[in-house]
Ligand binder design. Structure first.
Ligand code: CO
Length: 216
């Protein structure tokens, strides 16, 4: 084990708002934050249209877009409510080589909000691919996921909604669902496949590379 180094945090020290942030955040909390390990609380259905819950939904949408992610759960912005959002745009998919997008079963998913979701496995066959998480910034690993699932919950208007997801969208839904139960992909990963996304860059830059925890 190496010496613990102090985290360089010049920008935060310059910021007058340091220490004053409160959830829902506009950044994504990182593994080690105890909120990522809690079983989140259900949202009372009659509270879905409340200002408090709508604020969390709006922040989830904002952070999802800011980070360019395909899924984001409330615990990741510091709120232990059972809610997540997901989407996969044609533009995001077109950034992946077509043969890979096809083999992974990627397909367009419109922006979708799930509140108090329940997941039912439709196809128990598991598919293994590399997966990452905005709360484990800079790392990815192979994770087995069910091939097809059905998610039932409430949408942002408090209406009940059911969606069936196959392959990549099913992976996104299972990943986000796990966050609501305090689980991370690192609990399920094939441990020897854990990879730092920038390991090659570390060598090219002689170690002078940083992992950004906020894309702005
Ligand atoms: Co995640």
């Amino acid at each position: 084990m190496g010496a613990m180094r102090k985290v360089l945090n010049w920008y935060a020290r310059l910021s007058p708002s340091r220490g004053k942030t409160s959830p829902p955040y506009e950044h994504v909390v990182q593994i080690g934050d105890p909120r990522l390990r809690k079983v989140s609380d259900p949202v009372p259905v009659d509270k879905i249209k409340s200002e408090e819950v709508q604020k969390v939904i709006n922040k989830l949408r904002l952070v999802l877009h800011k980070y360019g992610s395909v899924g984001m759960s409330a615990p990741q912005i510091g709120v232990n409510m059972r809610m997540f959002v997901m989407r996969h745009t044609a533009k995001q998919i077109s950034a992946v080589p077509p043969e890979i997008a096809k083999s992974k079963g990627m397909s367009v998913v419109p922006f979708t909000v799930f509140i108090n979701p329940k997941i039912k496995v439709v196809d128990y066959q598991k598919v293994i691919y590399m997966e990452g998480c905005e709360s484990v910034q800079g790392y990815s690993a192979e994770v087995p996921r069910y091939r097809e699932v059905e998610v039932t919950g409430y949408d942002e208007n408090g209406e009940s909604a059911t969606r069936v997801f196959k392959l990549w969208p099913a992976r996104i839904a299972q990943h986000e669902m796990d966050h609501l139960d305090g689980k991370m992909f690192t609990d399920l990963m094939e441990r020897r496949t854990l990879t730092c996304a920038c390991w090659e860059e570390v060598n090219l830059s002689k170690g002078k590379v940083v992992i950004p925890f906020n894309p702005e």
